[in-house]
Design a protein around this ligand. Structure first.
Ligand code: GCW
Length: 666
């Protein structure tokens, strides 16, 4: 029986082990919803039923169980220890009970229970509780009204705008179910390079129809707004945030939105970046813009997420510093309904970046962490790259803003700076491909993002294991082959594309494949030479005091880790230093030898990934296995392309031979 990947990690095939199945059957003879059966509780019961029936291979009715024994009870009950969305699963005399302070919490508990069964745990003496550490856990879609997806590699948009609001594609519900199963509670439907169209009455009806599908799954919809909407669709001569007519237009528009979508989540804004309009067009700043929208939201339960990804042509500056310079001085100036959304690193979703210097530097502003699940710079849908380690690396980075241990995670979850709101955003990798994400392992990235948004203390490896067991196999030998592939894939990708802290040397505008030689572009910071700075002496961007001094943006404790080239971890070296080709590194090799070694061993590691994948073949669905195996062959071809392009190009500066150990005789 072939699998096309559509079901994601929610597979619910019958548990193969009779003992395990029996144990669960005894605990799951029926499902009882106690109290008021809200749409979300009904959804919870339905999802639990669907999952258990598949896993146990027999009907699990919703309703009272004769004799009472072996029922799973769903109950909303106040529980101060659980926040708003936390759940508790307990074993009681008559069976299992799933409780939480809200119906959405109970829904999360149902999916957690299913995960236990799917990953092969026994139901006996279950006692589990968990609550999310971050409040707003969002996916950001970069989807356009015409069905294209900016930086999307899995087909076209899943939102069929021309069919809405009348026709609801069944896929919307499957999307909502997948998100709810990992605790995602908000979805920005459209691209941050936004069309004003979404704010028209016509489109708000369509948005409302989608919101109706998401609502029972505890998911709210949000919109990205086009800053000049008051001009484009409002007929005003300006979109100056301090113009009372503009503010009034947004107020009226916001009220209209809430009339149409009562639980609307709020606005996401990209302003004055990459040519988008914004408050600076009128001499105002980001806080003026964000606060005006916050005022328009008024007493509605919604927020403004204002992006800090801003940069413009700046021939003398260092793009690394731009967002910091524009935003850090505004700390304390944003109204309470505003969160500032910051990418994980200062440049743009590179395969490895130092954490963004704004984390820890805006203690009076809640900062949303934005990570990118769509693999714009990480090989689109042809490279197997599990992003758990990348996201964790950022979350665990120590900003030192309030002494050691001031991690990005603690900034983002609000505990370090005592914020009552917190948020995280993942740029979605979802499209109309049957398997949703193009590359099967893209599903793992969607999954890992949700799990980390819920609980950033989970380990990336544990999440990979969960996902693999739910999606591919629970067979232990196969797991032993597959898990190292996932866990090492990101490091391998870095090695054959941008080792040692190289960044932004990919193909221009498409962002695919290597183009380190790019010297001319519309703007200097859209070239490659701007970033790698290769010359006869060496390689890398000097961001010390002798160079752009971007290092000074970090708190002393964090800065110290990177400031000395002799002690800077090699993975970050060329982010901060211009290093001589013959310079001996802490690895024992010269820069040139280390660079070439990483390119060569990185590309070779893709062959290792292929062998590992092959070993798991008997335990994995043939269709899924073949699809990934084919993509791994593309990945190897492209790893060689990266390796040869970069090594040969840098060699024109280094003028050194490729170490003979790396080029075995053919
Ligand atoms: O990563 C870059 C992309 C743009 C994107 C921009 C952003 C949506 O190349 O396509 O635009 O970032 O994050 O705003």
């Amino acid at each position: 029986r072939a699998d096309d990947g559509y079901r994601l990690w929610l597979k619910y095939d019958e548990l193969p082990e009779a003992g395990l199945r029996k144990a669960w059957q005894a605990q799951a003879r029926g499902i009882v919803v106690e109290g008021n059966a809200t749409p979300t509780l009904q959804t919870a019961a339905h999802e639990l039923q669907l999952g258990l029936q598949g896993l146990l291979g027999r009907p699990v009715p919703v309703g009272a169980v004769p004799g009472g024994k072996g029922s799973i009870r769903l109950r909303v009950a106040p529980d101060p220890a659980l926040g708003r969305e936390g759940y508790r699963i307990t074993s009681q005399k008559n069976g299992l009970e799933i409780t939480g302070p809200t119906d959405a919490a109970v829904l999360y508990g149902c999916f957690a229970l299913l995960r236990q069964a799917q990953t092969g745990q026994l139901p006996d003496k279950l006692s589990l509780s968990s609550q999310p550490r971050i409040q707003y856990r969002l996916l950001n879609h970069w989807d356009n009204p015409n069905g294209t997806v900016e930086r999307g590699y899995a087909g076209s948009s899943i939102w069929k705008w021309l069919e809405l609001p009348e026709r609801l594609d069944p896929r919307y519900q499957d999307y909502a179910r997948a998100n709810a199963s990992i605790g995602i509670n908000g979805v920005v439907l459209n691209n941050v390079n936004a069309s004003a169209r979404y704010l028209t009455a016509e489109y708000l009806q369509k948005v409302a129809a989608l919101a109706g599908v998401m609502r029972p799954y505890g998911i709210r919809v949000y919109l990205s707004v086009f800053w000049a909407a008051p001009k484009v669709i409002g007929g005003l001569p300006t979109s100056d945030p301090l113009d009372p007519k503009v503010a009034q237009w947004w107020k009226v528009k916001t009220d209209e939105i809430y009339k149409t979508i009562p639980d609307f989540g709020g606005f996401l804004v990209k302003a004055n970046s990459e040519g988008e309009p914004g408050p600076q067009d009128y001499g105002r700043n980001h806080a003026d813009g964000a606060n005006m929208l916050a005022t328009a939201l008024g007493s509605h339960d919604g927020v403004v997420m204002w992006r800090a990804f801003v940069y413009k042509a700046n021939s003398k500056g260092d793009r690394f510093k731009e967002a910091f310079e524009e935003f850090q001085p505004l700390d304390g100036k944003f109204s309470p309904k505003v969160l500032v959304q910051v990418k994980n690193g200062p440049i743009d979703f590179q395969s490895r970046e130092p954490f963004h210097p704004l984390f820890g530097a805006m203690p009076r502003t809640p900062l949303v962490l934005e990570v990118q699940l769509t693999q714009e710079y990480l090989g689109f849908a042809t490279h197997l790259v599990y992003l758990g380690p990348l996201i964790k690396e950022c979350l665990e980075a120590d900003t030192h803003s309030q002494g050691p241990g001031s991690t990005v995670a603690k900034v983002v979850d609000g505990t370090l700076e005592k914020h009552s709101v917190s948020g995280i955003a993942g740029v979605a990798n979802i499209g109309s491909d049957r398997n949703w994400t193009g590359h099967l392992v893209g599903q793992a990235n969607w999954y890992a993002y949700g799990r980390l948004a819920w609980d950033h203390t989970l380990s990336s490896a544990a999440i990979a294991e969960e996902w693999t067991k739910m999606t591919l196999t629970r067979e232990s030998q196969a797991l032993a082959s597959l898990l190292p592939v996932l866990n090492q894939s990101r490091d391998i990708y870095v090695r054959y594309t941008t080792p040692l802290g190289l960044h932004h040397i990919m193909g221009q505008s498409i962002h695919y494949g290597p183009e380190p030689w790019l010297e001319k572009s519309a703007r200097p910071d859209w070239t490659s030479v701007y970033y790698h700075k290769a010359d006869a002496e060496g390689l890398g961007f000097d961001r010390t005091a002798r160079g752009s001094n971007a290092l000074s943006l970090y708190a002393p404790g964090a800065r110290q880790v990177w400031s000395n080239p002799a002690t800077c971890p090699p993975d970050y070296l060329l982010w901060f230093h211009h290093v001589g080709w013959g310079q001996q590194l802490s690895t024992g090799r010269t820069l040139w030898d280390e660079l070439t070694t990483r390119y060569y061993t990185g590309a070779d590691s893709v062959l290792w990934m292929q062998r590992q994948w092959e070993q798991a073949k008997p335990a994995v669905d043939p269709e899924l296995h073949a699809d990934v195996a084919a993509r791994l062959r593309i990945q190897h071809r492209e790893a060689l392309w990266w390796r040869d392009a970069c090594v040969l190009y840098f060699q024109t500066y280094a003028k050194r031979p490729i170490p003979p150990t790396l080029t075995p005789p053919t």
